[in-house]
Design a protein around this ligand. Sequence first.
Ligand code: HDE
Length: 723
Amino acid sequence: MAKKIKTNQDSDKIKDLEQNKVYDDGTLLTTNHGLKINDNQNSLKTGERGGTLIEDFILREKIHHFDHERIPERIVHARGSAAHGIFELYESIGQYTKAKLFNEVGVKVPVFVRFSTVAGSRGSTDLARDVRGFAVKFYTSEGNYDLVGNNMPVFFIQDAIKFPDLIHAVKPEPHNEIPQAASAHDTFWDFISLMPESMHMIMWVMSDRALPRSLRMMEGFGVHTFRLINKQGESHFVKFHWKPLLGIHSVAWDEAQKISGKNADFHRQDLWEAIESGAFPEWELGVQIIPEADEHNYEFDLLDSTKLIPEEIVPVRRIGKMTLNRNPDNFFAETEQVAFNPGHLIPGIDITNDPLLQGRLFSYTDTQLSRLGTHNFQELPINRPIAPVHNNQRDGHMRHTINTGRVNYEPNALGGGCPFQAKASEGGFTSFPERIESNKLRGRSKSFFDHFSQAKLFFNSQSDAEKSHLTNALCFELGKVETVAIRERMIKMLTYIDKGLAAAVAVYLGLKIPKEIIPFNGSLPADGNPNDYNPIITESSLKSSAALSMENTIMDSIITRKVAFLVADGVNEESVKAVKDKLETEGAVVELVAPKLGFIISKNNVEFEIHKSLLTTASVLYDAVYVPAGINSVATLASEPDAIHFLNEAFKHCKAIAVDVDALQVLEQTYFYIKLPKQFTDKDAATKGFIVNNDSNALATEFAKAIAKHRFWDREKLQKVPA
Ligand code: HDE
């Protein structure tokens, strides 16, 4: 039966239906004015073979509605996936903020979270190398609070005035709309190579952080420094963090590109399925709090969004947990129509003078207006606050609220003065009375001129594998750039970060390795080219920060990890069951993959339903692979090229591979086994993610430990695999 539609006047309508004794169980098709439709197959014609009549208002309404089903997609962050959930505070930070959200321990505040990529269109792939949006709407009793962040803690530019340029440069090139959802093209790198302030962010975007394994396995950051204001009116600076309880994990670039072809909805589906299965994604909310008096005590400017505050300098305090526990009912009505705004604040949280944040405050409402067509988008169910709304704003396109009475102005006496302004003690919002004494100018503080120290800090904090991925990413991206001068400018920029990195990329691009750092000799913005001012080349006093490397993340769980069992008729059922039971008990998702769909019959005539065939799936859609025993099954798989490719690719992408000793015949056909047979029999094979055993229980235990490690990146050095 169709779900009941929720409208403002729901209860009145139901009453009317009851009074008029209209029976409605939601099963009959109607027009939008409630007329029951008798024939939804044929339009009204002048005879069975005659022309269609313009009088057919049912046909006209249906086609008209359809013609207008699309609205403009978001100019950035067009491709997104979202979910409902709750936020629960563990620990009050009432001494810093009066926001009830951060005072009321144990209260469950509803949230709606939308994750997104930035550059691609609505229909683009989830696995693009890109920043991910991480936008959270808290429906608090004091009004909606939106924390509209990203999965990286810094941004490309320091001032909002450069945002349209940045986005124009990264989007498909305007003459031919190529490439879609990719930064690997001339216009992006042309802009970046002229924009030294973007170098720190470039390190993040070229790192594996831009290729999350799952939206559930990435961090979130508020990026800007915000303010917390307490009851006494005192201000503290704050940075917000979301820490995923499953850890931070990524995929390999080769894998990301293949996933884009095999399942462009990989992240969307992963989020949806995890929530449907009850494996609710969770993040802890962390805060870095800084007293107002310490504003100038750092090597960087707190108002500069190209800088992070290293966790070693100001620790992250975890104060609550967000759990996503419900998928949207309707993608368009919720995920597409949700409207976030960094200016949706509540008492106790305020903005700072970060020039990037300041520009955002104007942009979001403006863009909602062009996207959703009316200021009344605030009344859409997904945007409506749970806090009551009372004001004198009226009318406009698509108004839902039926305001009653004659008073729509303030002050008024006819309406008894209502609605009144709220005093601060009644929860009225007051801005932090920051003292301002300055000249009006276009300019930038010198404290914003260091563009490289944190780019270096990030690079130096990466593991060897992460550094190698980052280097390869730059080779790939700049390798796609056709203009040699852009590549050369980028190599020059990289020398300010790390000479080894610059040299490695230069060698790949066939350019000269820079012998020494060429000093900047540009001029300050006031003298002309605003992109060419003298950046300060300096070092961070911190040499590395453990929080910046994914190698130090949580690796103790296999919850929701997807494991493929390669099987065929004749498989040994015990070899399947023991391992499957163990992995599923620990929360992994096991899928049986066979040469064809339907069922297979095991050695002892047990039927197993097949989830995917080698044609409909691929190794890149799994975290690990296992080949169980069974003479006939093993013989079939050993002569099946797709099964061998599956294993070769799993090896290449450094995933855990488990094989029953009696299934080694399949492994013997793979490229890596031929090259490295000893690796699988070594005492420490399991520590490299190779598990070969004929005791299924022992194999399962070792396998689970290996899957929790996520990837064995050292394997990249061991053997290159043509897969
Ligand atoms: Fe956004 N950004 N942004 N942004 N942003 C939008 O608003 C903008 C920035 C972020 O899931 C737009 O409703 C400007 C930083 C997310 O619906 C638009 C500047 C951060 C989302 C806009 C920035 C973000 C957006 C497009 C530079 C991380 C998706 C559609 C000053 C802290 C929200 C929309 C969703 C969306 C403008 C920079 C995060 C055009 C002008 C920095 C997660 O208004």
